[in-house]
Design a protein around this ligand. Structure first.
Ligand code: HEM
Length: 567
C-alpha cells in the first residue's frame, strides 16, 4: 500500500511543478531529490521501503530521460529559429510556456466581461479572450514568434509572407500536426482531416469529387427541403402569437446534420441522430481536456481518468453504429447503380478496391474513420457559421431587408436552383463577412515533417505552426480602419478588393488542405439564411450573452437567442 501511495504522490508532486512559472530545470531536480530523501526518511520510520524506493527511482529516471530528450529537441529548434531572428517568451524547464499560458488565460478570464452593445459585440475579437497568450505575445514579439509546450516547439505565424506561402504550398512535408491528430483521434481516427502523406492523398482523391460544384448543384433541392422543415418548426412555435424567442443553435445543427446525412449517407438526421448526438458529446469531452493551444496532457496519459474511459466508450459506440450503417448499405449495395453513388458508397468502394491502403489500416477503419470525419466536419461548422450569421443579422436589420427583397425578386415562388442561388448577392456578402468576423475554425495548423521554407524563414523539421484566422481577418493593416465593423459591402467587388492581401482571408483554411466542403457549406448557408430571412424578421434577444467559446470550433457558448416574428 505504502508503495502505491509513494509512487502516485511522487508523480502528483512532480506534476504540481507544472504550475510553477519559469522554474529552472536544476531547481526542479534539486526539489525532486529533496522530496525523495524526505519521503524515504519518513517511510523508513514505519515500513521497509526498498520496493517503494526502487519504484520511485525508476520513475524519476524515466521522467528525467523523457524530459531531457524533449528539452534538447525543443532547445535545438529554438536555437535554429532564434538564429533567423524569431524570438519568443522564455520557456520553463519542463513544460515550456504552458505555465505562463495557463496564468495568462486565468487572468484574462477573471477580467473578461461580455460586450453588451451591438458595435462592441461586432468588434469583439474572440482571440483576445479565448487565446489571450497569443494576443499578449503578439504585442511583445510581433506576428512571428516561437513558444514551447515542453515536448513540442511551436511557431505562431500571422506574418503576411509566411501565411501567403502556407496558402500556396503543396508540400506534403507540411501536414496536420501530430499533436492535434493524437488528441482528436477518438473523433476522427485516421480520417482525412488528421492524416498526412500518401494516405491523406488517397483519401482526398476519393472524397473531393463528391464536393465539386457539379455534385453540390444536385444537392440544392435536398438542402432547401431540410431548410423548409426548420421554417415550419419555427412557424409552429410562433403559432397564433406575434413573436417568439428562439435559441437557434440546436435547430441549425439538426438542419445541417440532416443535409449531410441525406447528401452523403443516403440517410436522414432522424436515422443518424444517435451518431450525431454521440459525436457532439465526444467533441465536448475532448475539448474539456485542455484548451491551451498545442499542449498534450501528459498526466492524462499516465492516469487513465474516468473521462478518458467515457471518451473510449463513446468512440466505440460511434464506431459500431457507423459500421452497422455500412453493413446495411452493403446489403442494398447490389441494387445501387453507379450513377447515384453517394459519399458512403464511394468510400466503401475505395476501401474494397484500393490496393494502396496502408497495411496498418484495415478497410473497416478506413470506412468508419472517414464517415465519422464527414459526419462531424459536415455539420458542426456550418451550423455554427449559420448561428453567427443570424446573430450579426439580428444586429443589422437593414441587411435583413436587403436579403429579403433580393430573395423575393430572384425566387418569387420561393424555390431555389443553383442559378438563382448565384444571383443572391446580399446573402453571399453577409456570409463572407460573418466568416471574416467569426470564423468557426480558429486556426490553420501545420507541422513540418522536413525542413520547409516559408517566406524568408527556414522552418526546421518538427515545428508546429499556428495561424490564427480571426487575427488575420481583423488586421487593420490588411482590411483598413473599419476592420472591426460589420460591412458586408466590402466584399461587393470580390475578396481582392475587400483587402490588401486576399490570401489572408482563410475561413476555410489554406493550400492543399483547404476545406473540402467549402462549396457545399456556402450553398447550404445561403439557402438556410435566405429562407429564414424570407419568412421572418428578428432581433437579438435581451437575454443573449455574447461569449464565444472554443470546443475545437469557436461557437457561441450560451447559444444565439433571437426574437422572431413573421414578416
Ligand atoms: C462554414 C462551414 C465550414 C468552415 C468554416 C470550415 C472550415 C474548415 C477549415 C478551417 C479547415 C482546415 C483547413 C486547413 O487546415 O487549411 C477545414 C477542413 C476540412 N473541412 Fe471544412 N469547414 C466548413 C464546412 C465543411 C463541410 C460542410 C464539410 C463537409 C461536407 C467540410 C469538410 C472538411 C474536410 C473533409 C476538411 C479536411 C480537408 C483536408 O485536410 O484535406 N467542411 N474546414
Amino acid at each position: 500500500m505504502i508503495k502505491i501511495v509513494s509512487i502516485s504522490s511522487f508523480i502528483t508532486y512532480f506534476f504540481s511543478l507544472y504550475n510553477t512559472p519559469k522554474i529552472t530545470r536544476g531547481k526542479i531536480i534539486r526539489k525532486l531529490k529533496f522530496w525523495i530523501a524526505m519521503k524515504g526518511a519518513v517511510i523508513s520510520g514505519f515500513v521497509p521501503v526498498f520496493p517503494a524506493a526502487i519504484a520511485v527511482a525508476v520513475v524519476a529516471v524515466l521522467v528525467h530521460l523523457y524530459f531531457n530528450s524533449a528539452w534538447r529537441k525543443t532547445a535545438e529548434l529554438r536555437r535554429k529559429l532564434r538564429e533567423q531572428g524569431v524570438m519568443g517568451p522564455p520557456p520553463s524547464a519542463l513544460f515550456g510556456n504552458l505555465p505562463e499560458m495557463k496564468k495568462i488565460q486565468l487572468e484574462a478570464a477573471a477580467m473578461a466581461s461580455p460586450p453588451r452593445n451591438a458595435s462592441a459585440i461586432v468588434a469583439h475579437d474572440y482571440t483576445s479572450t479565448l487565446f489571450p497568450y497569443f494576443a499578449k505575445w503578439r504585442k511583445q514579439y510581433g506576428p512571428l514568434y516561437t513558444y514551447s509546450t515542453g515536448t513540442q516547439q511551436h511557431l505562431y505565424a500571422t506574418q503576411v509572407e509566411i501565411v501567403k506561402d502556407l496558402t500556396l504550398s503543396n508540400n506534403l512535408n507540411l501536414g496536420k500536426p501530430l499533436v492535434i491528430n493524437k488528441r482528436s483521434a477518438p473523433l476522427f481516427g485516421h480520417g482525412i482531416t488528421t492524416t498526412n502523406g500518401s494516405l491523406w492523398v488517397l483519401q482526398r482523391k476519393i472524397i473531393a469529387p463528391e464536393f465539386f460544384m457539379d455534385r453540390v448543384r444536385g444537392m440544392v433541392a435536398l438542402m432547401a427541403k431540410a431548410g423548409s422543415s426548420l421554417i415550419e418548426k419555427w412557424e409552429a412555435r410562433i403559432g397564433d402569437g406575434s413573436m417568439v424567442e428562439i435559441k437557434v443553435d440546436e435547430d441549425l445543427k439538426e438542419y445541417s446534420a440532416d443535409v449531410i446525412a441525406r447528401a452523403c449517407f443516403g440517410s436522414s438526421y432522424e436515422k443518424g441522430k444517435e451518431i450525431f448526438t454521440k459525436i457532439r458529446d465526444l467533441q465536448k469531452l475532448l475539448s474539456e481536456e485542455n484548451t491551451l493551444v498545442g499542449s498534450v496532457l501528459l498526466s492524462n496519459k499516465i492516469f487513465k481518468s474516468s473521462k478518458h474511459r467515457r471518451i473510449k466508450k463513446l468512440e466505440k459506440e460511434i464506431n459500431s453504429s457507423i459500421w452497422e450503417t455500412v453493413q446495411q448499405r452493403r446489403e442494398q449495395c447490389s441494387k445501387t447503380s453507379s450513377s447515384d453513388k453517394d459519399l458512403l458508397q464511394l468510400i466503401m468502394d475505395a476501401a474494397m478496391t484500393e490496393s494502396s491502403l496502408p497495411a496498418k489500416q484495415s478497410s473497416k477503419n478506413f470506412i468508419v474513420d472517414n464517415c465519422k470525419t464527414m459526419y462531424f466536419s459536415g455539420h458542426e461548422t456550418t451550423a455554427i457559421a449559420a448561428a453567427w450569421s443570424l446573430m450579426l443579422l439580428a444586429l443589422h436589420p437593414d441587411w435583413q431587408d436587403r436579403i429579403h427583397s433580393e430573395f423575393a425578386h430572384t425566387c418569387p415562388d420561393g424555390r431555389f436552383d443553383i442559378t438563382s442561388i448565384s444571383q443572391l448577392k446580399s446573402v453571399s456578402l453577409v456570409v463572407q463577412e460573418t466568416l471574416r468576423l467569426y470564423p468557426p475554425g480558429a486556426f490553420v495548423s501545420r507541422e513540418t515533417f522536413e525542413e520547409v521554407r516559408l517566406g524568408n524563414l527556414i522552418v526546421p523539421k518538427g515545428v508546429c505552426i499556428w495561424t490564427l484566422i480571426a487575427t488575420l481577418h481583423r488586421d487593420i493593416e490588411i482590411w483598413g480602419e473599419d476592420a472591426n465593423e460589420f460591412k458586408p459591402e466590402r466584399f461587393a467587388d470580390g475578396i481582392s478588393k475587400a483587402c490588401k492581401v486576399p490570401q489572408l482571408y482563410i475561413p476555410f483554411g489554406a493550400g492543399q488542405r483547404l476545406c473540402l466542403g467549402k462549396n457545399f457549406a456556402l450553398v447550404e448557408l445561403k439557402i438556410i439564411i435566405s429562407l429564414i430571412v424570407s419568412k421572418f424578421r428578428f432581433s437579438l434577444s435581451p437575454k443573449y450573452c455574447h461569449s464565444p467559446s472554443y470546443n475545437m470550433i469557436v461557437g457561441p457558448s450560451n447559444g444565439v437567442k433571437i426574437v422572431l416574428q413573421r414578416v
